[in-house]
Design a protein around this ligand. Structure first.
Ligand code: GAR
Length: 208
């Protein structure tokens, strides 16, 4: 049984999508071991509590990054997390944090990386005038929005869109993409060559 950890800072819709997939068996052989928010008022952490999940608030405000990271890593290890999913976690992980879970941290980003990393990616894409945007689930490495890509989904930008309608259509795809990516990683039927993740390799070359 895999133990998932979720880190979030806000609304928590990607967390809910993952939790629904676990409950429905779309992510087999997995449970959510802990949900952690760095913000006490994050709606996502209230939902985790309502669902009876192990929900923790570990406040980041006014704390040195390293100290906060150490508290979060301690909670994840205490709960035996073997795959960590960042779901709207609006903090950069320190290199030390990333090294604690090698190739076991995933992030979702609302653009087709490497386009539009950083904050407000949907607004950036809309303002740039791209005709196609989307979302990316990737491994977390020590650089922002950078690790090997696991799943991407494209979303057309319509002439009738504004940044809100575009963001809403991207979000629908995010919810599908995260479940797909978690399944790929937990099944381990992939290899990463350079930056390229290739699925359906033979068992001799499984995982990273
Ligand atoms: C999502 O759109 C996610 O892709 C984005 O924050 C939102 C969180 O929504 N993450 C980033 O921009 C990370 N760079 P949610 O709390 O409803 O899942």
């Amino acid at each position: 049984m895999h133990s998932l950890g979720i880190l979030l800072s806000g609304r928590g819709s990607n967390f809910v999508a993952i939790a629904d997939s676990v409950d429905a068996g779309r992510i087999p052989d997995a449970r959510i071991a802990v949900v952690i928010s760095n913000k006490a008022d994050a709606p996502g952490i209230a939902i985790a509590q309502e669902r009876g999940l192990n929900a923790l608030v570990i406040p980041s405000k006014g704390k040195p990054r390293e100290e906060h990271d150490r508290e979060v890593v301690a909670a994840l290890k205490q709960n035996k997390v073997d795959l960590l999913c960042l779901a709207g976690y609006m903090r950069l992980l320190s290199p030390w944090f990333v090294q604690q879970f090698p190739h076991r941290i995933l992030n979702i980003h609302p653009s087709l990386l490497p386009a539009f990393p950083g904050l407000e990616a949907q607004e950036q894409a809309f303002a740039y005038g791209v005709k196609v945007s989307g979302c990316t689930v990737h491994f977390v490495d020590e650089e922002l929005d950078h690790g090997a890509i696991i799943v991407q989904k494209a979303v057309p930008v319509l002439d009738t869109d504004d940044e809100h309608t575009l963001a809403a259509r991207i979000l629908e795809q995010e919810h599908l993409a995260y479940t797909e990516a978690i399944k790929i990683v937990l099944e381990g039927k992939f290899t990463v060559v350079g930056r390229r993740l290739v699925t359906n390799v033979t068992s001799a070359h499984r995982g990273i």
